[in-house]
Write a protein that binds this ligand. Structure first.
Ligand SMILES: C[C@H](Cc1ccc(C(C)(C)C)cc1)[C@H](NN)c1nnnn1Cc1ccc2c(c1)OCO2
Length: 350
């Protein structure tokens, strides 16, 4: 079995939505595939009308293959402060022809305001590890965990793009979607996330890290480029988070290259003049180097004046690990591989 479906970005690539077919006859909902959470939940006939603003709703009573999971409930809170909760059914779920008949479909009886106001997002499809699924009393499996054994290969891949549709594939690696080699790194799934350590990162093209003076005249206080070029970054690969949330030291190093940048309390992070030229951000996984073009890091205007823009790299303070969100992932072809025992992440240029 294999599946292939489009990942279409909302404005500013704030999230990517993918059509999913639920039930019999098929009910199509556009879901946010989220490798940083593990619940498949949807707006439903059970969501109060006051909390629905244009979203498509899954109606289990209109599906001949839905079964209520008696006594089961779910309740999830996300790091950005949003939340949702409700009941659980099983039904046929089809993602680009990869199909599982008894997938847990969590129907929302409550969603927080940020979900209500996101009119095109009909729910989330979790692709982190099933150990952090929130259904009680019996935890449910993610779509990938359910279909893994039926897939030609125990993988799913993300080819997210900047301001244009990309692709989520299940069960196969499409060699036409990348160039060079896929470099793999081991995943620590003990917290339920695709947690990895990137071998190094660098800001701008390496020469921009050097002082303007000749190499051998660099004063000893100047941060040697090797400081960042061999510093590892530990974090989670999270298709459901828009930005790259990185350590304060990395943010400081990055925005020190942007003369108009400031860390704004009011804006909630680093902002700069919208006409600023931003340096690239490069990270390496084994022998593969991924470069995020500076223009991707000019994320979006802070307000309608369009003078100040919000950075795509922000601080991971208070989270406890970095989050390699869409800003970092859309520059790469990413392979999420899990044979059930030793999960790995692969990165390739494209
Ligand atoms: C935020 C998303 C989950 C989500 C996606 C979309 C939405 C809207 C549709 C309403 C736009 C809300 C929520 C993320 N998914 N792994 C997540 N789920 N749990 N933690 N994270 C990542 C994190 C963690 C901490 C942070 C953060 C982010 O932003 C600021 O601080």
């Amino acid at each position: 079995d294999t599946g292939s479906a489009a990942a279409t970005p909302e404005q500013y690539d704030i999230q990517y939505l993918t059509p999913v077919s639920l039930g019999t006859p098929p009910q199509i909902l556009n879901l946010d595939f989220d490798s940083g959470s593990s619940d498949l939940w949807v707006f439903s006939s059970e969501t109060p009308a006051s909390q629905v603003k244009g979203q498509a709703q899954y109606n289990p009573s209109k599906s001949s293959t839905s079964k209520e999971v008696s006594g089961a409930t779910w309740d999830i809170s996300y790091g950005d402060g949003s939340s949702s909760s409700g009941n659980v059914y099983t039904d046929v779920v089809n993602v680009g022809n990869a199909t599982f008949a008894g997938q847990a479909v969590e129907t929302a009886q409550q969603v927080s305001s940020s979900f209500t106001s996101d009119t095109n997002n009909d729910g989330l499809l979790g692709l982190a590890f099933s150990t952090i699924n929130t259904v009680q009393p019996e935890q449910q499996k993610t779509f990938f965990d359910n279909i893994r054994d039926d897939l030609d290969s125990p993988v799913w891949t993300a080819d997210l793009k900047h301001n244009e549709p990309g692709t989520y594939n299940f069960g196969f690696i499409d060699d036409s979607l990348y160039t060079g080699k896929i470099a793999y790194t081991d995943v620590d799934s003990s917290d339920g996330f695709w947690m990895i350590t990137l071998d190094s990162y660098s800001v701008g093209s390496s020469t921009s890290n050097l002082s303007s003076r000749a190499f051998h005249h660099r004063p000893s206080t100047f941060p040697s480029p090797s400081d960042s070029a061999s510093t590892p970054l530990t974090g989670i690969a999270d298709t459901g988070t828009t930005l790259a949330l990185l350590p304060d030291s990395v943010c400081t190093e990055y925005y020190s290259q942007v003369s108009s940048a400031a860390n704004s309390q009011t804006a909630g992070g680093y902002v700069f003049d919208c006409d600023a030229t931003l340096p690239d951000f490069t990270y390496t996984v084994g022998s593969t180097t991924i470069t995020i073009p500076g223009e991707y890091i000019n994320y979006a205007p802070v307000d309608t004046t369009g003078e100040q823009c919000f950075g795509g790299i922000q601080s991971d303070a208070d989270i406890g690990f970095s989050i390699f969100g869409d800003i970092a992932l859309k520059a790469a072809f990413v392979v999420f591989e899990d044979d059930g025992s030793s999960p790995r992440l692969g990165f390739a240029q494209k």
